[in-house]
Ligand binder design. Structure first.
Ligand SMILES: NC(=O)C1=CN([C@@H]2O[C@H](COP(=O)(O)OP(=O)(O)OC[C@H]3O[C@@H](n4cnc5c(N)ncnc54)[C@H](OP(=O)(O)O)[C@@H]3O)[C@@H](O)[C@H]2O)C=CC1
Ligand SMILES: Nc1nc(=O)c2c([nH]1)NC[C@@H]1CN(c3ccc(C(=O)N[C@@H](CCC(=O)O)C(=O)O)cc3)C=[N+]21
Length: 292
């Protein structure tokens, strides 16, 4: 058996078409273009590439991107201040702070300086709680993109054993929460997991989110399992692809799988934020002046 490819590029293109149409409607209705602010700290070339890709996609979808690049030597206070300014800026609809920030900075404090109404990358604790409780809110972009990709292929999740390898706040942990919300039985694995091979071998659905090429061996995959490879180190995933494709029912390629879905989800959430932003500006019920 050779696995069917989960074509993230194609599913993302369809999603971005829809976003483009929604942006045109938004511009017609409100006379302005939605704006995504991206914040990058330091000069890691890979991070620059991702941020540039996101900005290019914004333009293609008819949105503006406002790029802020900060020196790696800045303090947490400065970064928090910059993010609060963007949060308070009425011209900004969505904010993305590229992870990871340099190690001397408090990344959590920086994420929390993002107004949850503008948290289109789903990194704040408000967004995380909404994901965990199954409430309305912005999804963490990569896990949201993974769910949209699984749904595009009608892959059933309820009652299936999902094994998530990796537990970062922007990827592994929220991916498990979203799978749990869809009634999967979820196991998290991480750097202290005792027998990774045995845990992966039990999975009906594997989500690899580590950043170590080849960590997940093809021979570990249960025949018929669905394999989602979110790893992205040197343009390479975490899964040993050729061998996994012999056993999996579905497999995401790298590139062309989770990456494009992440960007499409980010932009879909940005147009949603812009609409909510406009709705909040025009309250349908006018306050009664002098009533109290
Ligand atoms: N395609 C896309 O859109 C995106 C791709 N990525 C990619 O996904 C990968 C992970 O990103 P991110 O979550 O930010 O990375 P982090 O470095 O923040 O987290 C990595 C996770 O992997 C775990 N881990 C490390 N080594 C092992 C091991 N030997 N066995 C099992 N688990 C291990 C860590 O465990 P512990 O917690 O114990 O340290 C940690 O939870 C990267 O390659 C990144 O580039 C990320 C975001 C978006
Ligand atoms: N706060 C935050 N949110 C993120 O979503 C986030 C982040 N930080 N830090 C870095 C990672 C990495 N990431 C990628 C997004 C798209 C592709 C992508 O679209 N890649 C193309 C390849 C593009 C090419 O190289 O030509 C693909 O997989 O097909 C890759 C990687 C988002 N990340």
């Amino acid at each position: 058996m050779t696995a069917q490819v989960l074509d993230g590029r194609a599913v993302a293109a369809a999603l971005l078409d829809r976003v483009g149409r929604e942006v045109s409607e938004f511009v017609a209705d409100h006379g302005r273009v939605p704006v995504l602010a991206t914040v990058l700290v330091g000069d890691d070339p890979a991070s620059h590439t991702y941020v540039r890709m996101k900005a290019n996609r914004c333009l293609k979808a008819g949105m503006h991107s406002h790029r802020l690049t900060l020196a790696s030597s800045i303090s947490t206070e400065t970064l928090v201040h910059q993010l609060r300014e963007l949060s308070d800026d009425p011209a900004v609809d969505g904010i993305l702070l590229q992870h990871p920030v340099p190690a001397h900075l408090d990344e959590r404090a920086a994420f929390e300086a993002i107004d949850p109404a503008k948290d289109v990358d789903g990194v704040t604790r408000t967004s995380f709680a909404a994901m965990a409780f199954g409430e309305d809110g912005f999804h963490s972009a990569t896990p949201g993109g993974i769910m949209a990709l699984l749904d595009a292929y009608d892959i059933p999740l309820a009652g299936r054993h999902a094994v998530v390898v990796g537990r970062s706040a922007i990827l592994g942990k929220p991916a498990g929460m979203l799978l749990l919300a869809r009634d999967a039985t979820v196991t998290y694995c991480h750097s202290r997991t005792a027998d990774l091979a045995a845990r992966v071998a039990e999975a009906d659905i594997v989500v690899a989110a580590v950043g170590r090429p080849g960590l997940i061996r093809g021979a570990w995959i249960k025949p018929g399992a669905v394999v989602v490879d979110a790893g992205y180190a040197d343009n390479t995933g975490d899964v040993e692809h050729a061998a996994a494709a012999e056993r999996a029912s579905y497999l995401t390629p790298v590139p062309g799988g989770v990456g494009p879905m992440t960007i499409a989800t980010l932009l879909a959430q940005t147009i949603r934020a812009a609409r909510q932003h406009e709705a909040a500006r025009q309250p349908s019920v006018q306050p009664v002046r002098g009533a109290i």
